[in-house]
Design a protein around this ligand. Structure first.
Ligand code: FE2
Ligand code: FE2
Length: 185
């Protein structure tokens, strides 16, 4: 269903831009982490890049049928130095911006404007980003000691981007998706 209200539409476009950049940036940082010998931190970046892709796809779907080539997207961006410890700080800052500033405002607007689809899309992203902020903080703690993270795998819900280490839950705590759907990294 296409979005009807201009402000919710603007926020969907902006969130789509932000998530698209985050997806790409995390893949860039995944390669850098791997080069530095942080295999699992690289895997974490790669898995979370997929979660951001899920968010971007959800927002894109909710924009619905907007073929304007001149839609202006304004989205915050983070650029790392190339060192994993610093890149992780960028990741933490970006996630916290989304959790504390961006998505609460976007979600509120969608609720106010009764845009059910956008509301769901923003809610999914907000809840997943909270977990990302914590995981990147754990990764940075390890990297500061020049250690890699210790886990068996990273699991991502392909519906909402829920992110969990070691084992997927029977049902996604954010959207209810079944365990079998989770993508493993
Ligand atoms: Fe995130
Ligand atoms: Fe989910």
């Amino acid at each position: 269903m296409a979005v009807k209200n201009a402000m919710t539409s603007d926020y969907l476009h902006s969130a789509y831009g932000g998530e698209s950049m985050a997806h790409m940036r995390y893949l860039t940082w995944a390669a850098m982490a791997e080069k530095e010998g942080f295999k699992n931190i690289g895997r974490l970046f790669e898995a979370i890049a997929f979660a951001e892709q899920v968010h971007a796809n959800n927002h894109y779907r909710e924009i619905g049928g907007d073929t304007a080539a001149d839609a202006t997207v304004v989205a915050g961006a983070v650029f790392g130095t190339g060192k994993t410890v610093d890149n992780l700080q960028g990741a933490i800052n970006g996630e916290l911006h989304e959790v504390e500033q961006m998505y609460p405002v976007y979600l509120n607007t969608a609720e106010l404007q009764k845009e059910k689809g956008a509301e769901k899309s923003f809610h999914f992203a907000l809840e997943a980003e909270k977990i990302h902020a914590d995981l990147f903080a754990d990764a940075q703690k390890a990297a500061k000691k020049e250690k890699d993270m210790d886990f068996k795998g990273v699991y991502i819900c392909p519906i909402c981007g829920h992110t969990v280490l070691n084992e997927a839950p029977d049902n996604c705590p954010i959207c209810g998706a079944k365990k079998e759907l989770y993508k493993q990294f």
